[in-house]
Design a protein. Structure first.
Length: 178
């Protein structure tokens, strides 16, 4: 064993693991990083909810048009052959005179749907402040053409040919009614 100077003290114990202070500092850093990431995570969740709602509305419009095109009981062009309606949080495709939906899906309660023209809304606040009617239903004739102003729908203006889909303060997404 080599000789050490007399002022050097050799410890027989080696430090193993981490101290409680080091553990607490590490946990504190992880918590701070998590807290900083929470707003981004919430926006991501809202964005996914909005994309899902837009996809469901898009599918509903497609289903209603398909039902209208193949509805043999439809009277004539210009009369409703199928309807897509929003009732109690459910999107439903119905044939006139029938109360049983041919297609149905649930929408989340935080999803807002509003009729819009081709220009859309500037942002979610403009959508909320707009006098434009909310989406409740849309009718299609046997040729799959939208019938604005059909009975029971607030869809009366032919210029309002899109539905804005909003969740929280996300940028709006749109579905064309065709």
């Amino acid at each position: 064993m080599p000789h050490l100077p007399p002022n050097v003290v050799v410890s027989a114990h080696r430090q193993r693991g981490v101290t409680l202070i080091e553990l607490m500092i590490g946990l504190l850093i992880m918590v701070l990083l998590l807290l900083a990431a929470l707003p981004f995570g919430a926006r991501w969740v809202d964005g996914n909810r909005q994309m899902h709602a837009r996809s469901l509305l898009w599918e509903g419009v497609s289903q209603a048009r398909a039902v209208a095109l193949r509805n043999p009981a439809a009277q004539r062009i210009g009369s409703p052959a199928a309807r897509l309606q929003l009732r109690a949080g459910q999107l439903e495709v119905l044939v006139p005179g029938d109360t049983t939906p041919l297609w149905s899906t649930a929408l989340r309660s935080d999803v807002r749907l509003k009729l819009s023209d081709g220009n859309g809304f500037a942002d979610a606040a403009a959508m909320a402040d707009s006098p434009s009617p909310g989406f409740d239903c849309v009718n299609f004739d046997p040729a799959g053409i939208r019938l604005p102003g059909a009975e029971g729908c607030s869809d009366t203006d032919p210029a309002l040919d899109r539905v804005a889909v909003g969740v929280s303060t996300q940028d709006l997404l749109y579905v064309d009614l065709l």
